[in-house]
Ligand binder design. Sequence first.
Ligand SMILES: [Zn+2]
Length: 243
Amino acid sequence: MPSTVSRLPVKLTHVAKDRERASVFIGHFGVALAAKKAAPRTSLGTLVMAAQFVDLLWPVFLLLGVEQVRIAPGHTAVTPLDFISYPFSHSLLADIGWACLFAGIYKVVKGQSWGAFCLWLVVMSHWVLDALSHSPDLPLYPGSRTYIGLGLWNSRVATILVEGVIFVLGVLIYVSAARPRDRLGVYALWSFIGVLVGLYFANLFGPPPPSVKAIAYGGLGLWLFVWWAYWLDRHRQPPPQKP
Ligand SMILES: [Zn+2]
């Protein structure tokens, strides 16, 4: 019927406009992959959760309305997101708190002090990398008027170079620290890496997200990579010890 046909393109545009896409920054994943060498008994899933912990919480705070972001194309060369307020996920003090909580729970559950210490560092690495890349929008503590951010995101080339080096090093270190246990251990890792890199460039060169809700739901999709990392890590193992 003509009326249905004429409505169809509108519907399709609506679907296309409302797609949700996780903002993937591969530098954080590079740190998680590299940390496997230091903490071989800790699953890559836990390491990815640690490296991305505050970004995994951030969409929840957005949906609750306690943190705010604005879509402003051109705000930086790398991302159109203007982080108006995110003191509970991204202030330095909050990150220290989240790192202590994360490491503390790991220590209680697993009883591994070294692994817990490594995870504390990995959670903190998120803030350090964000401080390097963001515009000055990371507060020192909730309510602070001092904002940190060195602005690497003002240059696409510099961002890709720095994040690319961290990510490639992370992959190389992980591959040497955790050898495939079976075929799945090969495919699961390389597909994980491929999807991350694909999403990274889709974000860099694709259109801005359509709405804050789409950003939040896309952000929640990052939990999928935590699950994926747990799964792939079960199919890899440390290299045999040299006599
Ligand atoms: Zn972040």
